[in-house]
Every structure is written in C-alpha cells, then in structure tokens.
Design a protein around this ligand. Structure first.
Ligand SMILES: [Zn+2]
Length: 236
C-alpha cells in the first residue's frame, strides 16, 4: 500500500507538470497555475481521509480549514457582506471544517469505501469548481481539473500497489479493484456519493457562471426553471 509521502510526492509531481504546462504553454496566469498545481499536490492525500491513520485526515482538514474560507472571499464580497461579517464567517467556517467535519468523517467513513472511487474524484472536482474564484469558467474548470488529477493519481497508485510480482508471477492483493471503482459494496454509501454528485452538478449548472458551460450567452429552459426554483426557496 502506498504511504502518505508516496501519494503526496506523486500528486505533487503531477501538480508541477499540470500547473507548469498550463502557464508556459497555454498562458494561464501564474497565480492560477500555482494554486492549481498546489491543489493537485494536496488532493493526492484526499482519498485517505477515510483511513484509520489520522494523518491524512488531520492534514487535509487543517489545510481545508485555512484555504476554503479564503477561496470563498470573492463570493462574500459579491454577496455584499461587511468586513466584520466576512471575518466572522471565515472564523466560523474554519472551526466547522477543522473540528466538525473531521469528527464527522472519522465517525462515518470506512477505509476503501466510496472515498476511494471515481464519483468521489468528480465530487471533489466539482467542489473545487464552486470554490474557485473568478468569472472565467475555463480557469475554474482548470482548477477543478487539478483536484481531479491529484485525486485520481492517488486511486491509480493504490491500484498499482495492489499488484505484486513474485516468483515470476503476478499476484493480485485483496485490495485490487477497491480504489478505482464506480460503486462500492454499501448501497447507502453509493447512494450518498451519487446524490452529492447530482446536487453539486445541479448547483454548478444553475449558478450564474454556469450558463457559459451550456450555451455561451444563452439560457436553457431547464436552467431557468432550476434557477426560479432555488430563488423561490432561498429568497422568500
Ligand atoms: Zn488510498
């Protein structure tokens, strides 16, 4: 089984390649490329937040608690929040992620459950898309791609480590196939993973920038209906 350092090293190498290529070959602004590369590196430890070993969970929660409120700053500004309210919200989010989310994950996850799966990689990619700042959906998708790349690098490495070669024969460990999967053994966990995927996809499609994903400058009737629905729920 690949260890914490191996996962971080591999995802960081991918992060350097991803961010570097985008900056040098496609003209992506260097701060965006650097952030994406860093997120790719950190995402290499994300699937193991379901692990019994507390290090990936502890490090991921500490990092997310610091970075997520900062990534939401542009939204707080757009919502017209006062500086005091922004600080209070940031502090609240820090405490919620650092202590609340970590405890929940520890209690309700099993190792090699649905955190080690392709839909989970997509869920974290969509979360990164929603957290990424800026109006240009392509740069946000670029950041989301970095998280998916780092996450999937972990899953691939886990699968590689579940194959061993001894006495001239390939041997598959019992863990083979439990990392790069679409469905796990628990239907409750499967349902939960795909429900999160569906909800985040819907949020991305109905948020204002989402229109550029479907039709540039245009609106689809499904999107208009969904937007009206969300408006009626949240803006009474
Ligand atoms: Zn793993």
């Amino acid at each position: 089984m690949a260890g914490f350092k191996t996962h971080l090293t591999v995802s960081s190498i991918f992060g350097v390649g991803y961010g570097g290529a985008a900056c040098l070959m496609y003209g992506v602004p260097w701060p965006t490329a650097l952030l994406a590369g860093g997120l790719c590196g950190v995402s290499g430890m994300l699937p193991d937040i379901d692990s019994d070993s507390s290090r990936p969970l502890h490090e991921s929660m500490a990092f997310a608690a610091a970075v997520v409120p900062m990534m939401l700053l542009h939204r707080f500004h757009r919502w017209g929040m006062s500086p005091e309210l922004i600080i209070l919200s940031g502090a609240g989010l820090y405490l919620l992620i650092r202590f609340g989310l970590g405890t929940l994950l520890k209690r309700y996850t099993v190792h090699r459950g649905m955190f080690h799966s392709l839909p989970a990689a997509a869920v974290f990619g969509e979360l990164a898309y929603l957290l990424a700042s800026g109006e240009d959906w392509r740069l946000r998708a670029f950041t989301a791609g970095a998280v998916v790349l780092g996450y999937v690098s972990h899953l691939v490495l886990d699968e590689i480590y579940s194959v061993s070669f001894s006495h001239g024969r390939l041997r598959l460990k019992s863990s083979f196939g439990t990392a790069m999967k679409l469905f796990g053994q628990s239907w409750g966990a499967n349902l939960s993973a795909y429900a999160k995927l569906a909800i985040l996809t819907a949020v991305i499609l109905v948020e204002p920038q989402g229109q550029s994903l479907s039709q540039p400058g245009g609106t689809s009737s499904a999107r208009q209906t969904a937007t009206r629905l969300i408006d009626s729920v949240f803006h009474r």
